[in-house]
Design a protein around this ligand. Structure first.
Ligand SMILES: *Cc1c(COP(=O)(O)O)cnc(C)c1O
Length: 364
């Protein structure tokens, strides 16, 4: 019997980094520190309370969670947003899929700049939106003139920009984001600019967040997640901040009650303990900066990183290095540009194990 698989899906493999059971896992940019025990208890208590009402559907507009997220962004980025301008879903991947469902579609184009997050073309495919990727420079930055010109040429209805970018760690200066927003504002029919700030909390001092531009730009959406800095990847909570009209459009495409009562309760309990959950972010930033230096001192190239990972190269055979590390119990990511490997910043012990394994592999 033949299944009527859509032709564009035929022969494809599902997305995902290998989930291998090895001692040192530095391949999916998770926070290596689990939530502290006291916060685990609070989260469990919140889930328990939610369980008592599981016969009812959840608040489909998750008003309380939206208010908490707006409160968090006020503290973290100093922006004061109406909770009606906050949207959340089962992690930021679903948030961005909602954006493509609402603003992409057949006959429309989504534009990004490669190398970048490998899920973006999948949102395009799954929403029948044409995918166009401009290029990043040698240093993985986005050239504002190239971006503006491409927007003018391609007339996308959505631009997706990761800042800091995955897999390169490169953040966008506000001048570039502004140039993209200005060019997008000229697209006939309109264009939504998404700045995906999944790693924002790891940015270096002085690196801006696009949340600063929300006030003047009704076509901007800034995406965040609790998966990375909050050490909550398993809870699947992501969100965006934008103008309330933009968010209202996303409400049209979400599935009914997409955010479960348990998820809402867990997210709110976690947000009430932001400080404890993010206590390790500073340590991870320091560890990252130490490894940017240590890898460069070994003669390797590492672009500046504002994220919780580093891209390292250039190897003649990156896959062989990846395999050599894996043979020594260290799993990194081999999905970046040719010759490069992406290494999530782990604990100091994990990074020491990575460094020792790398030295052995490179020496051979
Ligand atoms: C990890 C990551 C995400 C977040 O994924 P979640 O679905 O929120 O877990 C989003 N964008 C980029 C670029 C990422 O690397």
């Amino acid at each position: 019997m033949m299944l009527p698989v859509r032709p564009e899906l035929a022969g494809l493999h599902p997305y995902g980094a290998p989930q291998l059971d090895v001692p040192v896992r530095l391949n999916t940019n998770e926070n290596p520190y689990p939530p502290p025990q006291a916060v685990v208890e609070e989260i469990a208590e919140a889930a328990r309370a939610a369980a008592a009402g599981l016969n009812r559907y959840p608040d489909r507009d998750f008003a309380a969670l939206r208010a908490d997220l707006a409160g968090y962004l006020a503290t973290e980025s100093g922006v004061h947003l109406d909770p009606a301008g906050i949207w959340a879903a089962n992690a930021s991947n679903e948030v961005m899929l909602h954006v493509l469902q609402a603003f992409g579609g057949p006959g429309r184009t989504v534009l990004s700049f490669a190398p970048t997050y490998s899920m973006y073309p999948e949102y395009a495919r799954d929403t029948f939106t044409t995918w166009v990727a401009g290029r990043r420079g040698e240093d993985f930055s986005v050239d504002p003139d190239h971006a503006a010109q491409l927007i003018d040429e391609v007339r996308p209805s959505v631009v997706l920009l990761a800042s800091p970018n995955n897999p390169t760690g490169t953040a966008l200066p506000l001048t570039t984001t502004r140039a993209v927003l200005d060019a997008a504002a000229q697209v006939p029919g309109g264009c939504v600019v998404v700045v995906d700030e999944a790693y924002a909390e790891f940015r270096r001092p002085g690196t801006p967040s696009a949340t600063a531009l929300l006030a003047g730009h009704r076509h901007l959406a800034v995406v965040r997640t609790m998966s990375k800095a909050f050490a909550l990847a398993g809870a699947r909570v992501g969100y965006l901040a934008a103008a309330p009209e933009l968010v209202d459009t996303l409400r049209l495409v979400r599935l009914p009650y997409h955010l479960s009562s348990v998820t809402q309760a867990v997210a709110r309990a976690a947000l009430a303990h932001t400080a404890e959950l993010m206590a390790q972010v500073g340590a991870l930033r320091d560890e990252r900066d130490r490894w940017v230096g240590a890898l460069r001192a070994r003669g390797l190239q590492v672009p500046d990183s504002d994220a919780n990972f580093v891209l390292v190269g250039v190897f003649d055979d990156a896959h062989m290095v990846w395999q050599g590390l894996l043979d020594r119990g260290v799993l990194v990511r081999d999905a970046g540009p040719a010759g490069w490997l992406r290494v999530s910043v782990g604990t100091a012990q994990e990074m020491a194990a990575f460094g020792a394994a790398l030295d052995e592999v490179v020496e051979q």
